[in-house]
Design a protein around this ligand. Structure first.
Ligand code: ASP
Length: 408
């Protein structure tokens, strides 16, 4: 999309985020999902609880049937003009879980955009045929513009549908942040399949770390790699500021285009997070080194697609070795520290070698699967069927419990 096509929205795009947010909601409820900052602690708790319920209910055939009958009247357009594997497929599976039917446009060359139709007109067409548009674009503010377009249409009683930002340029990826929070939250409950009345993993961990608490608050989260241009880092770090006493450690190459942006750093500090920057995992931190301090490590790949020819030349002089995780580094991490990666990992660069995949701290495949549960929960929230899921879950778990008691 050409910059001048933003023209109608230019004045709205430059407003501060707190002014924009109310326009993306209907009262307290989110209508469009464009920025991570739209999520409050309350919404996060609500969506992650629904995700837990969906994954439990989905274990039975009756549960699957119940879920599929929730939204059979809804049709979703997946408009992904930038490459995607996980976000696209997990949104599609999430739709299928809830009975939402989907269609897709992934290559604008196969649509009338190849006949010079503007993406804004495409969007109006999608809203004519579908009930929600889930979109990814390499234009940072295009999803935001589409949300304003839908609001304007709605105000003049024309057809208007919710927009979900599934990745906007190097800017934001709010639903990835949602699944990252869900994954971190699950990792930091310290639940273990072998927990019993005599032994819990949490109590065992507390013998060496007596101050350990369950949950995200108070934890040290490390981000490693291209922390400036990685949109998942930008969205997740914002969400983490919703929790108390957070520390965020950014380990990145010493180059201004790769280090955390000064405005992002100030935003996190203003929101009371402790923010520190390091060049390697071995840098001193407290009485040990960075790697030994982390409760969660969020690895990222180098966002090469954003490199200009000057960047290529500049980066050629940097040593990127410290931004590859190794088994030796993992051996020094806390026994429970979760390793995440939004994926794709770069096979050639190898920021996480496959030899680490079998380590119980490697959460990245579970993280990708969590994307499906969380996105289904988000859709359930947006279409207001999450309380039906809660009711079914209560009934389902009560019945399962009764059955077990009967068997015993
Ligand atoms: N898949 C994520 C994204 O779309 C992370 C990445 O591409 O590095 O932003």
């Amino acid at each position: 999309m050409k910059k001048e096509q933003f023209y109608d929205y230019e004045s709205r795009l430059s407003r501060p985020i707190n002014v924009k947010i109310p326009e993306l909601q209907t009262g307290e409820r989110l209508r469009h999902v464009i920025f991570a900052d739209q999520f409050t602690r309350g919404i996060l708790e609500r969506v992650t609880r629904t995700a837990d319920r969906i994954r439990t209910v989905h274990k039975s055939k009756d549960g699957c049937r119940f879920l599929r009958e929730l939204l059979p009247h809804i049709k979703a357009m997946l408009y992904f003009t930038q490459p995607s594997t996980r976000t696209f497929l997990s949104f599609m599976s999430a739709c299928q879980l809830l009975g939402v039917s989907c269609a897709e446009v992934r290559d604008p060359k196969t649509s009338s955009e190849s006949k010079r139709e503007s993406p804004i007109d495409s969007m109006r067409m999608f809203s004519s045929y579908f009930d929600i548009v889930i979109m990814r674009s390499n234009q940072p503010q295009f999803a935001e513009c589409c949300a304003y377009l839908m609001n304007d249409l709605g105000e003049t009683s024309r057809r208007s549908v919710p927009i979900i930002n599934a990745g906007a340029g190097a800017d934001e990826h709010p639903t990835q942040a949602l699944l990252d929070i869900y994954t971190i939250q699950r990792a930091l409950t310290f639940d273990h399949p072998k927990d019993s009345s005599k032994w819990t993993w949490f109590e065992e961990l507390r013998q060496t770390e007596p101050g350990l608490r369950r949950g995200i608050g108070g934890k040290k989260i490390g981000f490693c790699g291209d922390v400036r241009r990685g949109r998942t880092v930008r969205s997740l770090s914002r969400l983490l500021t919703l929790y108390d006493d957070m520390s965020m450690y950014f380990v990145s190459p010493p180059h201004p285009k790769l280090r955390i942006a000064p405005e992002m750093k100030s935003l996190l500090i203003d929101r009371k997070a402790e923010v520190r920057e390091f060049s390697t995992f071995d840098d001193p931190c407290g009485s040990s080194s960075v790697i030994e301090n982390l409760d969660v490590l969020y690895m990222t790949r180098l966002q090469r697609e954003h490199n200009s020819p000057e960047d290529e030349a500049d980066f050629a002089n940097l040593d990127f070795n410290p931004y590859r995780l190794t088994s030796k580094l993992v051996a020094r991490m806390k026994p429970y520290a979760a390793i995440l990666h939004p994926f794709p990992r770069d096979e050639e660069f190898g920021e996480i070698p496959t030899s680490i995949d079998a380590d119980p701290r490697a959460f990245y495949f579970r993280q990708a699967r969590n994307g499906m549960w969380v996105r289904a929960a988000l859709l359930a929230y947006l279409f207001d069927v999450d309380s039906q899921i809660a009711d079914y879950y209560e009934k389902y778990t009560a019945e399962t419990k009764d059955y077990n008691t009967g068997v015993l």
